[in-house]
Design a protein around this ligand. Structure first.
Ligand SMILES: C[S@@+](CC[C@H](N)C(=O)[O-])C[C@H]1O[C@@H](n2cnc3c(N)ncnc32)[C@H](O)[C@@H]1O
Length: 273
């Protein structure tokens, strides 16, 4: 019998779109992320991912950016085995299980309280993995995490739902709180926000988008000069493109020739402080 969760708010429900993207990636002949736990979760929930009518391109996109964020977190943790890791707007993502940090790392999944309660019901307990139920625009949620260790902070699919002012305030609070660290998130260009409002596969989130998007990966450096761009990862130029189905691979390789065109798709922005 499937598990019935309390009703989520519309913004909380956005977690199903990305969860289903990872589930459907795992059904592809050559998955980009390969997250079997995502499929186990939707089976237990009896959730029908077919309702999003996702085509291959957004499925691959969701899986690909998750993989890049995992890689950034893994590399940081390999260099800082005493780090803290944060996944902001974690939804029902099983990132901590994919990354599998060593015992010296404390990992924090942060999302609204109802989502964190659902995670606690659905996901196996794990030593050194913690949930924080909070609104990320609340200035006090970071009080739950000691601020004396280097931090790797990822946000996957979150920032489109924050206003620019809330995003800037969140970044500042993170940089204020930790002595050093890295922050990475999928960037939303102005075009990406426009497209998400109009593409049929993202209609469920269109009315919830708050960010205007930004095109220059150096813009966050101007919001807080302690942030330094490590890399703008244009997914069109990443090696996983070789795994894409032929037509999508051809189009992506063509897009890769132009930075401006590549930025219209998904980017992963990686900063240190
Ligand atoms: C598109 S989902 C992505 C979830 C997850 N990162 C993933 O990749 O599956 C966006 C998530 O951000 C959370 N979220 C949005 N705004 C938030 C806020 N102000 N505070 C806490 N969580 C928020 C939502 O509840 C949702 O779980």
């Amino acid at each position: 019998m499937s598990i019935v969760l309390p009703a989520f708010t519309p913004i909380e429900q956005t977690l199903y779109l990305t969860l289903c993207g990872r589930v459907l990636d795992n059904h592809l002949p050559d998955p980009i992320l390969s997250d079997p736990m995502a499929g186990q979760l939707v089976t237990r929930l009896g959730y029908d991912c077919g309702r999003f009518h996702l085509s291959t391109s957004p499925i691959i996109n969701i899986a690909h950016r998750a993989k890049k964020l995992d890689e950034i977190a893994r590399r940081f943790i390999a260099r800082h085995p005493d780090a803290v890791g944060l996944d902001l707007g974690a939804g029902l993502d099983t990132r901590v299980f994919r990354i599998d940090p060593p015992a010296g790392v404390d990992w924090y999944d942060v999302d609204y309280p109802e989502v964190i309660a659902a995670r606690q019901r659905l996901l196996p307990r794990r030593a050194h993995a913690h949930g924080i139920g909070a609104d990320l625009t609340d200035p006090d949620w970071l009080d739950a995490i000691a601020g004396d260790r280097p931090a790797v902070i990822v946000a996957d699919g979150l920032l489109a739902f924050l206003t620019q002012d809330d995003m800037i305030a969140l970044l500042r609070r993170l940089v204020d709180h930790f002595p050093s660290g890295e922050i990475a998130f999928n960037g939303y260009s102005r075009f990406a926000i426009w497209a998400a409002r109009h593409y049929h596969g993202t209609q469920s989130v269109a009315g919830l988008l708050r960010s205007p998007g930004f095109d220059d990966p150096r813009e966050p450096e101007r919001w807080d000069p302690r942030l330094h761009l490590v890399k703008e990862i244009l997914l069109t130029r990443e090696p996983e493109v070789a795994q894409f189905p032929p037509a999508l691979r051809w189009f992506t390789r063509l897009s890769a020739h132009s930075t401006a065109w590549s930025r219209k798709g998904t980017t992963v922005l990686h900063y240190r402080f």
